[in-house]
Write a protein that binds this ligand. Sequence first.
Ligand SMILES: Nc1nc2[nH]cc(C(=O)O)c2c(=O)[nH]1
Ligand code: SF4
Ligand SMILES: [Mg+2]
Length: 236
Amino acid sequence: MPVNEMALTPRAIRLPMVEIFETVEGEGTRAGFPTVFVRLFGCNLRCVWCDTKYSYPPAEAANTMTIDEIVAQVESQYKAEHICMTGGEPLLYGSRSAALLKELCGIERIKDVHVETNGAIDLAPFLSEIGSPKARYIMDYKLPDSGENDAMLHGNFALLRPQDEVKFVIASDADFDFAVKVLAAYPTEALALFSPVWESMPPAKLVQKMLAAGLTGVKLNMQLHKIIWDPAQRGV
Ligand SMILES: Nc1nc2[nH]cc(C(=O)O)c2c(=O)[nH]1
Ligand code: SF4
Ligand SMILES: [Mg+2]
């Protein structure tokens, strides 16, 4: 954190934002629950099949908000008891991201704050700094078809806990085989999710492959929001 920010109270810290909205969670163990989405601007990766290209340059941040303003909006404008902190990459801003996560966990009404992180951010500092049991991590593992496999930090697998999730977004047969090998090579307590890339992996094919491979502990993860609404629609 730059020295001039260290004097600020956590609530005065500013972050670049894309949007805040309420809908139902489309993914993971909390799929279907009303959820407030807090989407930060900026990402350190450029996945080929990214569906939120509006969350990093050349697009621009919608605005910057202080943590105080973000918390006030979550408290006053919505009723959901779950928060999805997403992006872009919501942990891109280090101690500033951690401060936001802490303050979101501090909202009395909120029962769960899950962070959609991209596998290229070391989770150790967040796990040691955020004491709240409300904070959970949903870590993507970027497979070769994403173009970002080289950026994956495999040390994160051993850090994840039973309440966390690790999500493999699968675009091809080769991605599927790679995901199976990664799960065998890097034991984790997190729940493993397999998610089909909307355009190139028909869900029925992915299910057939999961059953054939005997992956009894892996959960199919469909993006409910792309079934309910137009897959290109924002803010849902
Ligand atoms: N409904 C809904 N569920 C989501 N789960 C993760 C999302 C994301 O963009 O990170 C997302 C999203 O954008 N919409
Ligand atoms: S990490 Fe997420 S936001 Fe960043 S490029 Fe990949 S899919 Fe898009
Ligand atoms: Mg999305």
